[in-house]
Write a protein that binds this ligand. Sequence first.
Ligand code: ATP
Ligand code: BTN
Length: 263
Amino acid sequence: MPGLDPIRLKPLLGPLAGRFDVDVLAECDSTNSEIQRRAEAGAPAGTVVVAERQTAGRGRRGRTWLAEPGDGLTFSLLWRFGGPPAWLSGLSLAVGVGVARALEDCGAAGVALKWPNDVLLRRGEGFAKLAGILVELVVDRRGIQAVIGIGLNLRPPAGDLPQPAAGLVEALPALPDRHGLLAALLAAQAEVLDRFAGQGFAGLQADWQARHAWQDRPVEVLQEGAAGIAGRCLGADRDGSLLLATAGGMRRILAGDVSLRPA
Ligand code: ATP
Ligand code: BTN
């Protein structure tokens, strides 16, 4: 599998090329960790690190992200925002809208979003996880920087996973060249992140809702050490929180260490 070449990527980014500085590594621990180190050393917004292989790729709560070299795209992007950190609670949803749009622009059908950080692919009556998003914040005296990590499966990973995994290969007649795909993903991120910076998640809420996998379906919200909350899933509110219609009334769940499952 030939590696990604930043020089081939540049013309594909067109006028956006100046907003990104893309580095491709054969291997690193986690592109999110690598970007965090670079942010602490003063890297500017728009810094992107792509890794062909991650030795410690991770999801939320330290869960492992599996990806064989060539079977996916694993990269992280550094972005800067003003305002208090709480305002960024809808950021992983906004990033999901960008990933979905980019995949749709490449011709993929059946891409859907799961609150708060998953991109799913419709498979029969259900869905399987196509991409995961891990947003982490670096707060320093210059303000808040967001480390936006995206793991996209071109082919589903081998191995046992608690939930089904999908690959982009299932959604397209042929897999696109990874350079074109990465350029589409970065271009879509520039667009949604600009919108998010101006309007917050409210400016992307309708785009998110239009792709919401479990709209009006019964779900359960699970939190370690607490009883689950069952309800009908109404999707994301203007600030990115999850709205759940429960027997006891409307509940608003903030993105945190909670898991959402179909009931
Ligand atoms: P939860 O709602 O419980 O947080 P999640 O699917 O969103 O579930 P995350 O912690 O956000 O969980 O994501 C990590 C999960 O993704 C892990 O449970 C892991 O099993 C799964 N996973 C790891 N690698 C892949 C992959 N390449 N494709 C799909 N899923 C993967
Ligand atoms: C999740 O589903 O919980 C998020 C998974 C995020 C995986 C990506 S792969 C690139 C970046 N580097 C990491 O270590 N994680 C993210």
